[in-house]
Design a binder for this molecule. Structure first.
Ligand code: SF4
Length: 415
């Protein structure tokens, strides 16, 4: 059996880096398929899909809301040409009704241990319209090593350098932040994977640089310590979302190869100042993730926030416009208050204002978003700041003997 697996393109934002990272969703899904299933994978962000390529089934995997319109467009084309289409992925869960109306089937939830039955249904001509496993989470021990062999790695290189590979050590999140759909999708319970399985998967990745896309590593102190102790001997260098603000844990993270973290910066408090300082004292870089457009922000407070980011010497900053994605607490609030401007999902990129802010007009917020990017990178451009971080990882690799050279040499291992 052959599946054509497609990751639809989305609009590239002008402030986004020029490179693309190899996606994790499709390769994690691919690992849930029986081994004899042949997969032909296209990430439309890096190459065009061969629409004429034959397959038994077309699977469309969407992570982002702004992928949904293109995913539906592809589904329409394939179905018009007599092909069977199934949708899956995070954004398919957020837009379940919409994608169900444009596909033969939609899979909602986590696929481990479930795809064999779905494919059996398909082979026997009884594919269901919906497979709903939302909030019916499989045992995390069933999560196998992502099938990265389906990626065409050279397409993700930037200036000849291989970008990080994505990996995850846990699912779920015990927090419930206002702009986030993770609690809806992955549940409010932290669900770690068995560490031996995580270590085995990571040891098998032919890339020294990784990105843990776990929602937040700061969910369970003992697990975090155990994870870092497990990672240390592998000598990988990695990026992650926040790590617990604790000396012992940060020391272990640094020893385990932590390169830099994504840390939300939501105000100009001493708490944030000290948090950033602490990471840096352990040699861990910080990319701030900053949401603009919250109800307490006006133009002056955004200007002050950018000054603050310069002052605390963030290594990088990524600005997004608050966006009311489906199934988030903020969407519920803005819907209640009649402040959502439209549901044109392709414009839900987090780079465009799609709601009415409380203390400024939508246009003004858009202007402040552009201001934030320009002002933060005014004295040192983004490429230069990224290069500085890159030099740091090379130093770490040289220090422990894991440096493999600056250029990509071994990555021609497509399929
Ligand atoms: S923003 Fe991060 S920490 Fe907050 S709920 Fe979402 S995944 Fe959890």
């Amino acid at each position: 059996m052959k599946i054509l697996l497609i990751y639809p393109r989305w609009p590239k934002l002008k402030n986004q880096p020029a490179f693309n990272l190899p996606p994790l969703g499709p390769v994690t899904f691919a690992a849930t398929l029986p081994h004899d299933v042949e997969i032909s994978f296209y990430d439309e962000n890096v190459e065009a899909v061969n629409l004429e390529e034959e397959s038994d089934l077309v699977a469309i995997s969407c992570m982002l809301t702004c992928q949904i319109p293109r995913g539906c467009e592809l589904a329409d084309w394939f179905r018009k040409h007599g092909r069977t289409v199934i949708f899956g992925g995070i954004a398919a869960m957020l837009h379940a009704e919409e994608v169900a109306s444009r596909a033969d089937s939609v899979f909602l939830g986590e696929a481990e241990g479930r795809m064999e039955a779905v494919l059996d249904d398909f082979k026997n001509g009884r594919l269901k319209k919906t497979y709903n496993f939302l909030r019916d989470f499989p045992d995390t021990a069933l999560i196998g090593a992502a099938r990265r062999g389906i990626l065409k790695h050279p397409l993700y290189n930037y200036r000849g350098v291989r970008m990080v590979d994505l990996v995850h050590a846990s699912r779920g999140c015990r927090f419930n932040c206002f702009p986030c759909c993770t609690p809806y999708l992955g549940g409010r319970k932290f669900r770690p994977r068995p560490l031996d399985k995580v270590a085995e998967e990571i040891a098998g990745i032919d890339n020294n640089r990784l990105f843990f896309v776990d929602n937040s590593l700061a969910q369970d102190d003992q697990w975090e310590k155990d994870l870092f102790k497990t990672l240390a001997p592998l000598k990988k260098k990695w990026i992650s979302h926040p790590i617990k603000n604790d000396d012992e844990i940060l020391k272990l993270a640094a020893e385990a190869g932590c390169w830099y973290v994504y840390q939300a910066v939501f105000d100009t408090s001493d708490y944030i100042r000290e948090r950033i300082k602490k990471y840096k004292s352990y040699g861990i870089g910080v990319e701030g993730t900053i949401i603009l457009g919250t109800d307490y922000q006006d133009q002056d407070s955004i200007r002050r926030l950018i000054d603050f980011l310069q002052e605390i010497e963030l290594d990088l900053a990524e600005f997004t416009v608050l966006t009311p994605f489906p199934h988030t607490p903020i969407r519920e609030k803005l819907e209640r208050e009649g402040r959502i401007l439209h549901n044109d999902w392709i414009r839900y990129t987090a780079g465009e204002v799609v709601f009415r802010p409380a203390l400024m007009s939508p246009d003004k917020l858009q202007e402040m978003y552009e201001y934030a990017w320009t002002e933060f990178y005014r004295s040192t451009c983004k490429e230069m700041k990224m290069a500085k971080l890159f030099i740091e990882v090379i130093k770490k690799e040289k220090a422990d003997g894991s440096y493999r050279g600056a250029n990509c040499k071994t990555q021609n291992r497509c399929r």
